[in-house]
Design a protein around this ligand. Sequence first.
Ligand code: MG
Length: 213
Amino acid sequence: MKIKAVLFDLDGVLVDATEWHYDALNRALALFGYTIARYEHLTIYNGLPTRKKLEMLSVEKGLPRGLHTMINRIKQKFTREEILRQCTPVFEKEYMIRQLRRDGYRLGCCSNSIRDSLELMLRGSGILDQFEVLVSNEDVQHPKPDPEMYLNAMSALQLAPGETVIVEDADHGAEAARRAGGHLCRVSGFGEVEYERIRRFIADIEQGKKEAA
Ligand SMILES: [Mg+2]
């Protein structure tokens, strides 16, 4: 089957936002006397929506649930500051996105981030205008690992799952991609996401060398 679109995850794929989210959440939690260790964040919390992280902190560390809304709001403000300060274009990613567009592929980005962060990061990276469809956690009922985001993107593009490649780095994202029925191009992280890898993956799919994920 011919591939028509490439749907990208955001964090760990198009941007390396782990530290920005970690810094923002810890700055917000510190106001109330709580912290998450870097190791915990990398192994447990990274990639989950803030609301889910806060719920886990309530279960694990007794963070009062009544604080969730306020901490969430403060965290989003700090995230904005960190993105504006730290997010700049990365040559390999700009090159990949522009080449894929030149090759005729339609592009989407589906992220468990809120819409403001999603747009800020893509704008800071210099690639926002290349995307035809953006799906944030505010656009769905259920974030990843639910397939809703990817199914929404496919339906917005009016494409069948088999016509899409989904680039994901994390387990919950890979699960969302598989359940949506797209061809999963799994990467181990930001550094692995480049044009040649995506083109090779698409060529293998189209030549029937890889089974549908
Ligand atoms: Mg990710």
